[in-house]
Design a protein around this ligand. Structure first.
Ligand SMILES: Cc1cc2nc3c(=O)[nH]c(=O)nc-3n(C[C@H](O)[C@H](O)[C@H](O)COP(=O)(O)OP(=O)(O)OC[C@H]3O[C@@H](n4cnc5c(N)ncnc54)[C@H](O)[C@@H]3O)c2cc1C
Length: 378
C-alpha cells in the first residue's frame, strides 16, 4: 500500500460488501473507470464483506434469501460449505469479472467537508450541523492509504463492525465468558457448559440450536416474546417490513434491522428445536451476577457463558465530522441520499440492509450520483 497524499476523484465507495460491490458495478456501467474516476476501499483482508467473518457452522445451506449481485448469478454452490467460503469466493470472482479493483485492506478513518476547497458551500457557523442539502465542493476521505478529495461518496460499511452489547447491572462481575455474535466461534467451544443466549433474532435461534446439541444446558432470554412465522415470507410482508424501517430512517431515527421485523421462519429445524424445548424463551433478566443471571422475582440461573445475540448498529462513525445525525440519533436518508449532505449516499443502511436491498440501493445511489456529477438538481 503506498501513501499518495491527496488524490481527486469523482466517487469514493467505502465498503466492498454486497452494497458496495453493487454500487461499483453500476458505476462501471455508467462509464466511470476504477482508479481513474472512482475507488472502492475496504478494510477487511479478503473479498466477501461481512460474510468472511461469519462462523464456520453457518453453512451456505443455512442462509436464507441471499440474492446474487447484479450481473452475475451465484449458482451451484454446495450448501454444506461455510457461507464465508462460498460467498467469499463468489465476491472475489465478481470483483475480477467486472474489474472493480477494490483497495484492501484500507481503513477509512474520517470523512470531512473540504471547507477550504474550491466550490465548497459556505456555512454560517462552522460547528453547526448543516440545515439541509449541502451539495457543492469536495469531501475529504481520510484513509490509511492517503486522502481522497471526492465529489460524491457512497458509504457501504454495513453493520458488522459495530456489534451492539446492551448494558446490564453486574455485567462486569460475571466470572464466566461473555461474547457477541460477532465473535461466535461455532458450537464446539461450549461443550459441557451452561450457556445463556440473549436476543430474539435469527442469529440467537441459530446459536441456540447448535449449542444445545453439545452444551450442559441452554437458556434463551429475549426482551419481547419471539414471533415465529409459518410459511414462506411473502412479498407483501417484505415490503411492509422495509417500509417500516424506511419510515424510521425518514424521521431521522436509528434504523431497525429489516430482519428483526420480519419474524423468525418456522422451518423443520426450528420446529424440532421448539418441540425439544430448546426455544422455550425466558423474559429479560434484571441483572448479571458473578455466577449467572437473576430476575426481579428472585429466580436465578447459573451460567458459564453469556452469548449476546443482540444485533448490530450502522458502522458510520467515520462520517461523524459531517454532522449528519438528527436529534433522534439516526441519519435522515431519502432514497439513498443523506438529507443533510447530498454528496453522501448510504447503501445497505436501514431499509436497504439486506442482500436484495443492498443491490437496489447500489443502483439507486449511482443514479443519484450521476445526477449530482452532471449538475442536475436532486
Ligand atoms: C448472521 C447474519 C446472517 C445474515 N443472513 C442474511 C440472509 O440470509 N439474507 C440476507 O438478505 N441478508 C442477510 N443478512 C444481512 C446481510 O448480510 C446484509 O444485509 C448484507 O450482506 C450487508 O451487505 P453490506 O454491503 O451492507 O455490508 P457488509 O457485508 O458488512 O460490508 C461492509 C464492508 O465495509 C467495510 N468497512 C466497514 N467500515 C469500514 C471503514 N471504516 N473503512 C473501510 N472499510 C470499511 C467492511 O470491511 C465490509 O467489507 C445477514 C446478516 C447477518 C449478521
Amino acid at each position: 500500500m503506498n501513501n499518495f497524499g491527496t488524490r481527486e476523484l469523482d466517487v469514493v465507495v467505502i465498503g466492498a460488501g454486497q452494497a458496495g460491490l453493487s454500487a461499483a458495478y453500476h458505476l462501471r456501467r455508467s462509464g466511470l473507470e476504477p482508479d481513474r474516476d472512482f475507488v472502492v476501499l475496504d478494510h477487511a483482508p479478503r473479498p466477501g464483506g461481512a460474510w468472511q467473518f461469519r462462523w464456520p457452522s453457518l453453512t451456505y445451506g443455512k442462509v436464507h434469501g441471499m440474492h446474487s449481485l447484479p450481473g452475475m448469478e451465484l449458482t451451484g454452490a454446495d450448501g454444506s460449505r461455510p457461507s464465508s467460503e462460498v460467498i467469499g469466493a463468489y465476491f472475489e470472482a465478481y470483483e475480477r469479472r467486472f474489474d472493480l479493483r477494490v483497495h484492501r485492506p484500507v481503513e477509512v478513518k474520517a470523512v470531512r467537508d473540504d471547507e477550504g476547497g474550491s466550490g465548497a458551500v459556505p456555512k454560517p457557523g462552522s460547528d453547526a450541523a448543516p440545515e439541509a442539502g449541502r451539495r457543492g465542493g469536495r469531501l475529504l476521505v481520510e484513509s490509511s492509504e492517503g486522502t481522497y478529495a471526492t465529489r460524491a461518496l457512497i458509504n457501504a460499511t454495513g453493520t458488522w463492525d459495530r456489534p451492539f452489547w446492551p448494558l446490564y447491572p453486574g455485567q462486569e462481575t460475571f466470572r464466566g465468558r461473555q461474547l457477541h455474535t460477532a465473535g461466535y466461534p461455532g458450537p464446539a467451544e461450549f461443550a459441557g457448559l451452561r450457556v445463556v443466549v440473549v436476543g430474539g433474532g435469527a442469529s440467537g435461534t441459530q446459536h441456540l440450536m447448535e449449542i444445545a446439541e453439545v452444551a450442559a444446558g441452554t437458556y434463551w432470554v429475549t426482551r419481547r416474546p419471539p414471533v415465529f412465522r409459518e410459511g414462506p415470507f411473502g412479498e407483501d410482508q417484505g415490503r411492509a417490513a422495509v417500509a417500516m424501517v424506511e419510515e424510521r430512517v425518514r424521521q431521522g431515527l436509528p434504523p431497525q434491522s429489516v430482519v428483526s421485523v420480519t419474524g423468525l421462519p418456522l422451518n423443520d429445524a426450528v420446529r424440532r428445536a421448539r418441540e425439544a424445548g430448546v426455544l422455550d424463551r425466558l423474559p429479560m433478566f434484571e441483572r448479571i451476577t458473578p455466577d449467572g443471571v437473576a430476575w426481579a422475582d428472585g429466580r436465578t440461573v447459573e451460567a458459564d457463558v453469556i452469548l449476546w445475540a443482540t444485533g448490530f448498529r450502522a458502522a458510520v462513525d467515520h462520517l461523524a465530522p459531517l454532522k449528519l445525525r438528527e436529534p433522534g440519533g439516526g441519519i435522515r436518508v431519502e432514497d439513498t441520499r443523506a438529507v443533510r449532505d447530498e454528496r453522501v449516499h448510504l447503501v445497505g443502511y436501514g431499509p436497504s440492509a439486506s442482500t436484495i436491498g443492498a443491490n437496489r440501493a447500489g443502483r439507486a445511489a449511482v443514479r443519484s450520483v450521476d445526477r449530482l456529477l452532471s449538475g442536475v438538481p436532486a
